[in-house]
Write a protein that binds this ligand. Structure first.
Ligand code: GLY
Length: 449
């Protein structure tokens, strides 16, 4: 049941509506709940973990009109949109039409993530470093592009595909398989009406997130995620198997280059295109040769699981930044303060994920895991069964996060906490952070504490 609007509501404390149901939204609700400005948090649809901080609502994250109706009825002061789909469907526009403040870009600006063809042509137009690519609508066009670009190369669908629409092709045989997948079987449906065949850039991937108010950008702490399902970066891509913050790989001069060469021209270009960007811009970067940043993709929302390891490091209140972004003007001296500790996140997944997996497996040990100092468990695919017991309800079950003095210690702590949680078929990577530490050792001759 959606709670009824309170008559004559005049509490100055803020009412915030968070949209989504994953670990990212749990981390956002957890952080927002600590704000002294918060009166009440709602989350649609939320999950059992989020329910500790918010009233969860039976409204789908993509039901844009119903969400806006709720926000209007309940006089919500700020709606914070987690996932990309409602943004590309125009949730921010629907809320703005009703004069309701929203953190997240409008539909036109969300095309930066919603259409890879748009974002590639935008980057080319504004001189933002990115790989060359050809837009193909037929198999024949893709074959011509393949001959021109050669292997290795990358196939990307134009539309949203839950992180599955990108395939790296290493050989002629893999190219043939990709052509079949994208053009004959059309596994991505209309999202694959247009396909980019893109040059492959070798290097290291890092995530760079900035809060934007249309003109200014405030960088968040850097992070790195690990997308493949198995240790050693093997197996299919997932929505992210773990993360840590800082990324370790992005040094301060390179971060400044990313702001100067990528973020600021993007904000400026989007304004010139009549698509001013408000919300969080998450730039997926490839550091070519470990140094030169190229944009792999833009996302128009917080990264997951990056946000989990970033927010546990945030010292100050998140809410004023989100309000500033929604208003279109940050406070002049706004700059987040980060704890000197590192954050790590291990994602526990269900056996079979990202393919088929079972649901409804009982979960135990969450309270014991959370009892460890500096450990935070953020739910994603969990539910309560008929007996009120916590069970799995998705492939990505929860993020087990830890904060500690150094990255190795944060990872060790997260692993210790993850070991206390049990469910049948539980899987997690055991090498989160290892790649970053290896590279750091190569680069500087010294690892992390
Ligand atoms: N961690 C990657 C993403 O959020 O898309």
């Amino acid at each position: 049941m959606v709670p009824a609007a309170r008559e004559g509501y005049c509490d100055p404390a803020m009412r915030v509506l968070v949209i989504g149901s994953g670990g990212r939204e749990h981390a956002l609700a957890w952080k927002l709940a600590q704000s002294p400005e918060i009166g009440e948090i709602f989350c649609a649809p939320g999950n059992p973990g989020i329910a500790s901080h918010a009233t969860c609502l039976p409204i789908g994250a993509s039901d844009t009109v119903e969400l806006a109706d709720f926000a209007e009825k309940m006089k919500v002061d700020l709606t914070v949109v987690g996932p990309e789909l409602p943004l590309t469907l125009g949730l921010a526009d629907e809320l703005a039409k009703r004069q309701l403040p929203v953190f997240g870009p409008n539909k036109l600006a969300a095309e930066l993530e919603g259409s890879k063809v748009f974002s590639k042509s935008f980057m080319k137009k504004y001189g933002i470093p990115t790989a060359d690519a050809e837009v193909c609508v037929t198999r024949a066009e893709a074959k011509t592009a393949l001959r021109k670009i050669g292997v290795p190369c990358v196939f990307k669908v134009d539309g949203l595909a839950s992180g599955k629409g990108v395939v790296v092709v290493q050989s002629a045989e893999e190219a043939e398989r990709a052509l079949k997948l994208f053009f004959d079987e059309r596994v991505f449906g209309s999202a694959g009406d247009r396909v980019l065949v893109e040059q492959f850039i070798a290097g290291e991937e890092v995530s760079f997130m900035v809060l934007c108010d249309g003109e200014r950008a405030i960088p968040l702490a850097t992070a790195k995620d690990y997308k493949r399902v198995f240790d050693g970066d093997r197996g299919p891509n997932t929505g992210g198997m773990g993360s840590h913050s800082p990324s370790v790989l992005l040094d301060a001069p390179t971060s400044r280059d990313v702001l100067t060469d990528i973020v600021h021209p993007t904000l400026q270009g989007m304004s010139e295109e009549g698509r001013p960007f408000r919300g969080v811009m998450f730039v997926g970067l490839m550091l070519e040769g470990g140094m030169n940043p190229y944009v792999l993709e833009y996302n128009v929302r917080f990264g997951d699981p990056e946000t989990q390891s970033v927010l546990i490091r945030m010292e100050d209140d998140l809410l004023p930044y989100l309000v500033g972004s929604a208003r279109g003007s940050f406070e002049p001296d706004a700059r987040p303060v980060w704890k000197k500790e590192a954050g790590a996140c291990l994602v526990l997944t269900a056996e079979g994920y990202p393919g088929r997996f079972e649901k409804g497996r009982p979960i135990t040990g969450v309270e014991a895991a959370e009892a460890d100092d500096g450990v935070f468990v953020f739910h994603s695919g969990t539910a309560h069964n008929g007996d009120g017991k916590l069970v799995t309800s998705g492939g990505r079950v929860m993020g087990v996060c830890a904060r500690a003095k150094g990255l190795s210690e944060a990872i060790r702590k997260a692993k210790g906490a993850a070991a206390k949680i049990s469910f049948e078929g539980k899987h997690h990577r055991t090498d989160i952070g290892a790649r970053a530490m290896e590279l750091l050792l190569e680069r500087t001759g010294s690892g992390l504490s």
